[in-house]
Design a protein around this ligand. Structure first.
Ligand code: EPU
Length: 420
């Protein structure tokens, strides 16, 4: 096991390159099995979740490997429909294999992903969407077992109690591309990662229209072919560096990002008093004297992303005044609060809202990472805390942030990795 150690108090300055999007790459890698041909996927970040997805694809019988940031995948003609528990249980996103397996093989056996630290995370919408396409589904011995003779297009309403679902929309889209007839997904998720997935599928010969809106139309085709495709930049990694720049009173220029994917965050950072300048695929984020507290509510895209809630909370811990951060996607995603409070913050929880009273200073402490984005929030807090912060269970960070300590060190942070 490893930990990250930070000696806080340094302003971040300089330029940072944003990596490819984890949450785009994962469903895109899964979608590649919709054809037997080879596909080449570029700008894939080197992360533990990507390694897990490649392992699962190999377990299914595909040839897949990553060279630098390029993944070469050749699914071939002998795919197995079974995604086993031992791999699926390590990464919830493996549920996005259901759609492509059903599309390609008309059969899938994917281990039930179960809950996770950020909440219950049911998959009812995934199953409802696939059933509407004619798929027969049973849950047996911890597996979702799906089969269908012939997929047919359908009208599907995919809204759930917490709004739209990103991976349920992805699953239905991936199965529907090979269905007979037209599928209309209403109340579809509109996240940029779904636009990326639709563009990838269309580059394989699919006919998907409307991705990025709440109505997606898919005209089924007989067959898809291999492709070459470049994954979009990671808006959550970009957002994390934006917050880091303001928090450390720094001045950081982010390169290779898509600024408009971060409009909700940029709006809040400006409201808090930061200065942001965008220029094509770059954005400079500058601290300006005197930050103000801002209230934030997480919502499906284009609202404020739940995946940046914890990082924004770190910023508010040292912003004078009171801010209220409300979580509307995962009402229990607040594991970072108790750890931040160990570093001297003053946060208390009222239902699914965190009330943050800004303090003058945080103080470095040993803290425990509980999930990916909570870990990022603790790293950010460590960057401004007085003294040394040891962030344990760093493997959570390695799931979703490529070389985070190298990138932060290059911006001037005093940060390193140690064996436990
Ligand atoms: N939901 C249901 N039923 C379902 C599916 C979802 O009620 O069948 C609920 C969820 O419990 C949640 C809400 O709908 O309350 C939204 O969840 P969604 O399905 O959109 O989440 P996801 O697709 O499983 C992706 C990202 C998450 C990110 C969420 C929300 C990937 C691989 N994961 O998950 O990313 O938080 O969308 O934006 O794309 C992360 O990267 O750290 C991460 C957790």
């Amino acid at each position: 096991m490893e930990k990250i150690v930070i000696e806080g108090g340094r302003k971040l300055r300089g330029e940072v390159n944003i990596s490819g999007s984890k949450n785009s790459a994962l469903p895109i890698l899964a979608a590649a099995i919709l054809s037997s041909d080879e596909s080449i996927i570029e700008n894939v970040p080197q992360l533990r979740d990507i390694i897990t997805m490649l392992k699962i694809l190999k377990e299914l019988g595909a040839r897949a490997h990553q060279e630098g940031h390029t993944v070469i995948i050749k699914p071939g003609n002998n795919l197995s429909p079974v995604a086993p528990y031992k791999l699926v249980s390590t990464m919830r996103a493996s549920v996005c294999l259901l759609g492509p397996l059903v599309g390609r093989l008309k059969k899938a056996e994917v281990s039930m992903p179960g809950g996770c630290i950020i909440g219950a995370r049911p998959i009812d919408l995934h199953l409802k969407g696939l059933e509407a396409l004619g798929v027969h589904i049973v849950i047996e011995h911890g597996y979702v077992k799906a089969k269908v003779k012939k997929l047919h297009g359908a009208e599907i309403y995919l809204g759930g109690p917490f709004g739209s679902s990103v991976l349920a929309t992805a699953n239905v889209m991936m199965a529907a591309v090979l269905a007979e007839g037209v599928t209309r997904i209403e109340s579809a998720a509109s996240e940029p990662e779904l636009v990326d997935l639709a563009n990838f599928l269309n580059s394989m010969g699919a006919k998907v229209r409307g991705a990025g809106s709440h109505l997606i139309e898919i005209e089924g085709v007989q067959k898809l072919h291999g492709t070459r495709y470049k994954v979009i930049p990671d808006r959550i990694e970009a957002g994390t560096f934006m917050v880091a720049s303001v928090l450390t009173r720094g001045n950081v220029r982010l390169r290779n990002m898509i600024p408009e994917h971060n409009n909700a965050l940029m709006d809040k950072l400006r409201e808090a008093g930061a200065e942001l300048e965008t220029n094509g695929s770059a954005c400079r984020v500058m601290y300006r004297n005197g930050l103000k507290p801002v209230d934030v509510t997480t919502l499906p895209y284009p609202g404020f992303p739940t995946d940046l809630q914890a990082q924004m909370m770190s910023l508010m811990t040292v912003t004078p005044g009171i801010s209220v951060i409300t979580e509307k996607i995962y009402p229990d995603r607040f594991m970072h609060i108790s750890e931040l409070n160990r570093m001297g913050s003053r946060i208390h929880l009222e239902g699914s809202s965190a009330i943050v009273a800004g303090v003058k200073k945080l103080s470095g402490a040993p803290v425990m990472a509980s999930d990916l984005r909570a870990s990022a929030a603790l790293v950010l807090a460590g960057l401004v805390a007085e003294g040394r912060a040891d962030i344990h269970r760093v493997y959570h960070l390695d799931r979703g942030y490529e070389h985070i300590e190298d990138k932060l060190e290059a911006l001037g942070a005093k940060i390193w990795r140690e064996k436990e």
